[in-house]
Design a protein around this ligand. Sequence first.
Ligand code: ADP
Ligand code: ZN
Ligand code: ZN
Length: 680
Amino acid sequence: MAAFVDVIIPVPLQGLFTYALPVSLQQQAQAGCRVIVPFGNKRSTTGLIVRLHDTPPADPDVNVKDVMEVVDEEPCILPSQLSLWQWIADYYVCSIGEVFKAAMPAKLRAPSQPPRGGALMSSGVPTETDSPPRGGWEGATPTLSTAQAAALASIKAGWQTHPVCLLQGVTSSGKTEIYIHLIAEAIAQGKQVLYLLPEIVLTSQLTDRLQAVFGDHLGVYHSKFTDAQRSRVWHRQLSQQPFDIIVGVRSSVFLPFQRLGLVIVDEEHEVNFKQQEPAPRYNARNVALLMAARAKALTLLGTATPSFESYYLARTGKYALVQLKERYGKVQLPRIEIVDVKEQRHKRLMNGAFSQRLLEEIRAALDSHQQVILFQNRRGFAPQVQCHVCGWVPTCPRCDVPMTMHARSGMMTCHYCGYTVPVPSQCPACENKDLRQHGFGTERIEDDIQKLFPEARVVRMDLDTTTTRQAYEQIIHDFAAGQTDILVGTQMVTKGLDFENVSVVGILSADTMLNQPDFRAFERSFQMMSQVAGRAGRRSLQGTVILQTMNPQLSLIKQVVEADYDAAYHEQMLERRQFAYPPFTRMITVYFKHRQLATIETLAREATIELRQLLGTRVLGPDEPPVGRVQNLFIRRVILKLESRLPIAEIKKQLLEIRRKLLMQKQYAAAHIYFDVDPL
Ligand code: ADP
Ligand code: ZN
Ligand code: ZN
C-alpha cells in the first residue's frame, strides 16, 4: 500500500503536489481518481491523483499534508488523457493544473458534494442497450456524386501512406456528406470518431444532419451546455457504452476516448480552434492531430480555404492532399463584384454603409423571395463616439480602447473587458450635446437596413444576440425556414452554415480585416471573404457577392474574386519566407503584465536581455501590443521566432527558468509573465 500520492492541483504553479495517504484511504486511491486535499489558504480543493508511491519528500522541512478524501472509486480519466495533459502543459508552456482546470467540467472538479464513486460510472449510461446496431446506415447516407466519390477514394488512398489528409473542397462541394461516409465506416469497425467544429453556432445544423443518420450514437459537447450535461457526456465516454461520435468545439479534445479511430477537423483553418485566454492557450486542431497520432487514428482536415500552414505541410508531403473543385449539383461558385467605397463616397453614392449596387441586389433578392446575408466584422452600433466640438472620445477606464456604443441598451461597452456605462447625454469635457457616432457595427447595419427595407424581416447574429443556445438555434432555424429575409452578422455568419435560398451576400467592409496589424491579416481576409461568399447560391442559381472595399487595387481582392487560393498562398509565402514567419519558423509570444507602467517597462527590458542571451537575434521586442492596457494591466510583449531545427522543448524549459528567476525578484512579484506558443 502506497503512503503518498502526487496530485494535480488546478493552479498555475508548475509541478505536482505530494500528499500523505491516511491508511483508511489507501485501499481506494488509484491514479486518475479525484481527491479532496488542503491547499494554500483555501480550506480544500479537488485534485487528481497522478501516481502513488512510498517516497517521502527529500526536504525534511516540508510538511506533507494528508489527503482528506478520495472522491472516486474508479478513475475518472483514462491514462491516455493524463499523458495528453502533460504534453499540452509542456508544449504550451503552462502548468498541468491549468490543463486539468480547462479539461474537466467544473462539476467534476468542485469540492462540494462530489458524486459518490459507484454512481460516477453509471450516471448518464442508458440502462438498456436500445441503441441500434452499428451499421445499416446506407437508407440514410446520401449517394455521393462522381466527384465526391472520387474524393472519398483519394482520401482513403492518401491514408495508406499518410495518417493525416487535408481535404480542400470548395464551399458547398459536400464535404459533410463525405465525412458521413467515413464516419459510418469507422464506427462499423468499432472505432470512435471525434468531429471538431470551430464555432458553437455550427453545431446545431451539423447535429441535425448527423443525427438524421447516426441517431443516438452521436454525442454533442460544448460550453453552451450546462455543466451537468457536459459531466454526463464525460461519464458516458468512460462507460461500457460511450457515444461512437462526439461532435463538439475545441474543449471536446479533452473528453475520454477509449477507441478513437477517426478525427475530423472541419473548417480546419479557423482561428477559433485556438484558445486565447486563459491558459492552456492550446490549438484544438493541433491537439487533435496529436491525440489521433497517439491513438493511431486517422485524421481528416477539411476546409475550402486551408490554413497556409496546413497547405504547406500538404504540399511538402507531410499530409496527403485531396482537392474537390466542384460544388455539389455543379452549381457555379458565386460571382463576386467589387465596389470601390472611396470612389462611391466621393461621388456621394454611399447610403451609410451601403453602396447602390448592394442595395439593388438586396432589392432584387427580396423581390424574388431569396435571402440575403450581410457581413460586418464589428458588433455594437458604432465602434466610436466622438464629441463634434472638442474631439473627446470615450475610452475604457481600464483598457486603452475606445468604448463601443450599443444603441438598443443606450450603453457603451468595452469589448476587451466588458466595462459598460450609459452613453453620456453631453460631452463631459466641453458640455457640447452633439456627440457623433463613427463607424458601423452590426447593430447599426441592422437598424439601417430595416429602415431601407421596412417590409423585410431582418435578424442579427453576433455575440450579443447568441448568449444562449436557444437564441442562436432560433436564429439559424428561422433563417433556414425562410422566416427571415436578411441575416446581419459578424464572422459567425461566414462559417460553414448551409442555407438553400441565399442569393446575395454583402461584405460591407473588407478593410477592417485587411488592416489588422498581423502577418496573417491577408490570409485571414482571404479565408473570411471566400467563406462568407460561399454561403451564396448553394443550391441552383449562381449567387452574387458584393464586396465593398477602400482597397480594390490589392492583389488579394483580385484573388478573392477569382477564387484563386493558390495565388494568395504563393504571394503570402514569399513574404513569410523573407521575413521568417511561420511555417518557416515557430513563434512564441512572451507577455508581461503589471499594474505599473514603469515596472512593466523595466521587467520587459530585463527579460529581453535574458532572452537574448539564450536566443540572440531571434528575440524581437519588447513592444507594446495594439491594445497596450487591458483591465488595468499594462502589457508588453516579446516575440520569439525559432527555426524548427532548434531544440524547442529544451528552450521552453529555459523560458520557464527565466520566468521563475524574474518573478522571484521582489519588484516583480505581482507581475504576470506567460507564453503563447504558436500564437494566432
Ligand atoms: P460543404 O461542407 O462542402 O460546404 P455541404 O456538405 O454543406 O458542403 O453540402 C452542401 C449542400 O449540398 C448540403 O445541403 C448537402 O446536403 C447537399 N449535398 C451535398 N452532397 C450531396 C449528395 N451527395 N446528395 C445530396 N445532397 C448533397
Ligand atoms: Zn467636447
Ligand atoms: Zn475595458
